[in-house]
Design a protein around this ligand. Sequence first.
Ligand SMILES: Nc1ncnc2c1ncn2[C@@H]1O[C@H](COP(=O)(O)OP(=O)(O)O)[C@@H](O)[C@H]1O
Ligand SMILES: [Mg+2]
Length: 217
Amino acid sequence: MVEIKNLKKIYGERTVLDIPALEFGDGETAALAGANGSGKTTLLKILAGIIKESEGGFHIPGNVLYMPQSSYAFRGDTLRNITISGADKKEALELLEKLELSHLAGKKAKSLSGGELQRLSLCRVLSRKCGLLLLDEPTSACDAKGAELVINAIKDYQRECGCTVIMSTHSPLLAANAADRLIILNGGKVETDGTPGETLANPETQWAKSFVAGWKI
Ligand SMILES: Nc1ncnc2c1ncn2[C@@H]1O[C@H](COP(=O)(O)OP(=O)(O)O)[C@@H](O)[C@H]1O
Ligand SMILES: [Mg+2]
């Protein structure tokens, strides 16, 4: 179980994250939503150990994998961009096939489109096993078909390794299709926390109601 207690991130005078208590069960898939600047990336980066919390703390069982909001490519071809993190060639080719990138295996990764690069970035992460998978807007550069491939790959991976998944998203599709739980952040605080179905149909607070209404457009 991932346990967060009294977690705060403060920049100067500004508290950008303030979470008194939050838990994620083993094997749970949670989506984090909220407007730009609501603290989604900050929370994921703290859990990934990339930035340090200002107050409080958290407990994570096992190892963590993190996919950043901006995708990047290493030098070399697309296949090497996966094997570089330790995967063998067979596993890497299977992942490329799953994300419909097989035809680009021998192409320079730096020449991929934004959506292709994001799917490659996911392949790199999913080539390893973990206890907690953190994904920062994993479908932000994808078209509808690409987003579907990403969602299915995340679901398959979670099923196979049984890890906990926390991902930020601006996509109702991702929240509704891939997550058991949808947490909406507002100004660094948890505004609502429930199932995607309940939250999308009947948000708990007035603020969440107007946020979700804008989301559906
Ligand atoms: N290094 C930093 N210094 C000051 N403020 C920051 C820094 N990093 C992030 N912030 C602020 O923290 C808030 C939350 O940012 P972020 O977690 O990236 O939001 P989100 O991912 O939900 O869009 C934003 O207002 C952002 O400007
Ligand atoms: Mg962000």
